[in-house]
Design a protein around this ligand. Sequence first.
Ligand SMILES: Cc1ncc(COP(=O)(O)O)c(C=O)c1O
Length: 408
Amino acid sequence: MRTLSKEILNDISSIYGDSFYILDSDVFENNYQALTSAFTKYYPNFNIAYSYKTNYVPKLVKIVDRLGGYAEVVSDMEMQTALKAGVPYERIIWNGPVKNKENLKSFLLQGGTANVDSPAEFEYIKEIATNNLDKELNIGIRCNYEVGDGVLSRFGVDIDSEDFDYILSEIKVIHNINLIGLQAHFAKRSPEYWTKRTEGMFRAYKHVREKYGFKVKRLDIGGGIYGDMPETLRTQLKVEKTCFEDYAVRSAKLFAEYFNDIEDAPTLLVEPGTAIAADSMRYVCRVETIKTVRGKTIASANGSQKNISLSGLNPPMEVIVGGDKQETYEDVDIAGYTCIESDYIYKGYSGKLGIGDYLVYSNCGSYSLVMKPPFIFTNVPVLDISKDEVEVIKRAETFEDLFTTYTF
Ligand SMILES: Cc1ncc(COP(=O)(O)O)c(C=O)c1O
């Protein structure tokens, strides 16, 4: 990760403005490779289906495609992003509880894989299959089972239910539907739930193989993996220090044992987002004002909590001199540009600070850019600085970009 100096930031700021995201695509690529190595060490038949929703900048999704990974999308918007980035239909997996019907039909007819989330969705897929007997449709089933994380997930089909057996028995008699995968995802990122995640998937696999004779090609156990995180963030999130090995040992290692003597052993897929994207992006803004209100020192920045989608936490922040003069402060709350009272991007800062200083927030690559609402300000550019030149990944949004859909 490149160190950001006052000189680098001044150069960037003079061209691109006071606030921007800094992407380091090499960090993303290294994370991808590190995660792959941790899992293939135990089970070589492994691949990544990158979670587009986490951060769908084309530069990143193209890296995934170049490295041979799949695109894991949850909307036609993301599916179109994958296609536009050059990902073939066969490498796209479409998850999610609500899929646009027309787009789902064309996606399946062109060779994409959709994971069925409910019996009603299966009925629609059945209709597509019976109306297109000359085409083979590839589907997976999102599996829902207990992993001991205290959450009753609303996604997928309960593998112990009649719904699961109904869908499987229907696939058995519809000859142009191929069940090529089983998939699951659980949001809690602690490795402690991963053994149950894996065992639940084995149970689903065994059921579809023994009762229905399906030899699925892919077992996808989802995302929910922590990546590298600064200590300050980890203590606030109250999470143990983890590494990719902690997840691999509870999944890939068990896969190697389970499929040791099984012919046609399936590919193990995981769907990381955060694990590979989070520390690949930083967010930069500058201090606009510093004032004291009823005894409390408040600085205002031209960036917002909305840019990093973190609330109630102090993100890892570095202050880099950018103005003419700094003073030493105690317990400053740094507020965002919105008119929301609670929009603070850092609370309780003590140290040197001045108007014009750069505030650099690290670990801003997951669910940040994609969740920034068009509230008060349009969004800022994304710049890749992994090479010597600054590469514009996304230009700053304009009034026209946002208001073109409104009728004046
Ligand atoms: C189906 C699915 N896969 C993968 C992910 C990525 O999760 P994470 O960013 O925790 O790796 C998500 C996140 O919501 C998801 O819903």
